[in-house]
Design a protein around this ligand. Structure first.
Ligand code: FES
Length: 541
């Protein structure tokens, strides 16, 4: 029998985990098997550099990428707390109840509750709602624990193909993500789990499959069709979510492989600043959901078209060296002084700076471009500043926060690789918009309202997003930031059976455009991978 080595995972901020492994086993795979949260956005391809661990073997400590390292003896492996940006770190809000029945008597003293959940690829949010009056009692948000199986849906699907993969991915989302959120919501509001009678879920197509434990592989192979679009309401206990014995779970329907229930629920909820729904008025609306996938919907009361563009996880902090979710310590807005390149920024909840979330990233790139620090390709110009550094290959980076001022004790930087990833993400969004408009002969000038959704920070600076060519050059008053429209849609489905029906109608009337097969999309994308765009006439202002 092969000799087994003793491996102790020391998790910063957590308890040690001891397991036994044979020589040659991959450290990342071993950690995944033991449910140890190592951040692995590239799913073990060795390209993201985020799975760093310290390995102590024979009195020698080495820092290495977990995914590129094999076990060759007894070892103590220190796992940094980096994954906590994404995993197990629950942010929580409790709202004052106006419900007098809480302290009254009779049946109303124990109202039924409901839970609405938005399962994002990176972030999961849930709210606990009093079903009798629709009041939101508490909200909790955390990282999707599936992040250890890759940052995007493709890597998650690749991982679910491995032995026991579907079970592991389902456990990561239910046992390691959703159940802790529900426990937190119930504990803080003193609501017992068995008082929850309704659960609504808004999730992208892949997340819907992995949540239900259904093979998602058909999503990534031709003809790219999901195993299901709509799922009949059923008992949440059958997937390990124990609520009231008669609790019903409802999923917002998918419309295609890459446009799912998060978007159908998002359309249900999205409103213009004057309170008008996209699907019930003649004016043309554009809804852009900036998540790990960028999804776009265009239309009005007569038609709705939707597409997904592979924006990647940049807007949620993935693929960016100092990227993070929009949570405490994230730089969410930034201005850079043109001559000195000195930044001033706003940080979520005024914490010490930890990293950069999506809205901050848009600002930093726009400000560096405006200050002449980077060119249209995102490369650093020759500018003398202590904030610009070059590595031995000449590749530049900008230091937003020096190590002495950051919460992590390390510089918070943005590198040329980060900017390159960001340019591809913003190029994907803009080319997605153009590809949705063009087939029916529309142009950006035909858009009456643009609603931006997604949890990327405290709203985005529209002027900056236009100046870098991410959004069409339209008057700012046409834009509004509507927050987490998926969660809002799940909330509407929770408190109204009419909304539950409406979301099905929306899904049935929405046309899914698959950009990968759309003629001309690739040309649009390449043209948009420049700041602001290779066709400057599209950005006159
Ligand atoms: S480099 Fe190891 S997971 Fe990305």
């Amino acid at each position: 029998m092969a000799k087994k080595f003793k491996i102790v995972f020391e998790i910063e901020g957590g308890e040690d985990v001891t397991i036994f492994a044979v020589g040659g086993e991959n450290v990342l795979e071993l950690a995944q098997t033991a449910n140890i949260p190592i951040d692995a956005p590239c799913s073990g391809n060795g390209t993201c550099g985020k799975c760093l661990v310290d390995i102590l073997e024979n009195d020698t400590k080495t820092r290495c990428l977990a995914c590129q390292t094999e076990i060759c003896g007894d070892a103590v492996i220190t796992v940094p707390d980096a994954a906590a940006d994404y995993i197990g770190n629950i942010t929580f809000e409790i709202f004052e109840t106006k419900d007098s029945s809480e302290t009254g008597d009779g049946s109303l003293s124990h109202p039924a509750y409901g839970i609405a959940i938005d399962i994002g690829t990176t972030t999961v949010s849930a709210i606990l709602v009093n079903q009798q009056n629709g009041e939101i009692r508490a909200k909790a948000t955390t990282g999707n624990a599936q992040i250890r199986y890759g940052a995007d849906v493709i890597n998650r699907i690749i991982n679910q193909q491995k032995p026991d993969g579907i079970k592991k991915l389902q456990e990561a989302i239910i046992r390691d993500t959703i159940l802790p959120l529900l426990d937190k919501l119930c504990l803080a509001t003193e609501v017992e789990h068995d008082r929850i009678t309704r659960l609504t879920v808004a999730a992208n197509t892949t997340m819907n499959h992995l949540f239900l434990g259904i093979d998602a592989n058909s999503i990534r192979i031709e003809p790219y069709e999901p195993a299901f679009l709509e799922f009949k309401p059923y008992d949440p206990a059958s997937i390990g979510i124990n609520l009231s014995a008669d609790a019903k779970m409802i999923l917002a329907p998918n419309i295609g492989s890459y446009v799912g229930g998060d978007i159908t629920a998002g359309v249900l909820a999205a409103e213009t600043p004057s309170g008008k729904k996209i699907y019930s008025r003649p004016e043309m609306s554009l809804l852009i959901d900036l998540g790990t996938n960028g999804e776009i919907v265009f239309g009005n009361e007569e038609f709705l078209m939707a597409c997904a563009c592979s924006a990647g996880p940049a807007f949620e902090g993935g693929d960016i060296s100092c990227g993070m979710r929009a949570t405490n310590g994230a730089i969410q807005a930034c201005v850079i002084e043109k001559d000195t390149l000195e930044p001033t920024f706003s940080i979520i909840n005024d914490f010490e700076p930890v990293g950069l979330c999506g809205s901050g990233l848009i600002d930093v790139v726009a400000e560096l471009f405006r200050a002449g620090a980077i060119n249209g390709k995102g490369k650093f110009n020759d500018k003398n500043s202590p904030r610009i550094r070059r590595d031995e290959h000449g590749s530049g980076s900008y230091i937003l926060v020096f190590a002495s001022d950051s919460a992590t004790g390390k510089d918070i930087i943005i590198t040329e690789t980060d900017i390159d990833n960001f340019i591809r993400a913003k190029g994907a969004i803009f080319s997605g918009i153009m590809s949705l408009l063009a087939p029916l002969g529309f142009t950006p000038a035909d858009i009456d309202d643009v609603m931006i959704a997604g949890g990327i920070g405290g709203g985005i600076n529209i002027k900056n997003a236009i100046s870098i060519g991410m959004l069409p050059d339209l008057p700012e008053e046409k834009y509004s930031y509507i927050g987490n429209s998926s969660l809002n849609g799940a909330y509407e489905m929770l408190i109204s059976t009419e909304a539950e029906e409406k979301v099905k109608e929306i899904a049935a009337n929405m046309t899914y455009i698959d950009l990968s097969t759309e003629q001309g999309y690739m040309d649009e994308f390449i043209a948009a991978c420049f700041i602001p765009h290779t066709n400057e006439r599209l950005f006159p202002s």
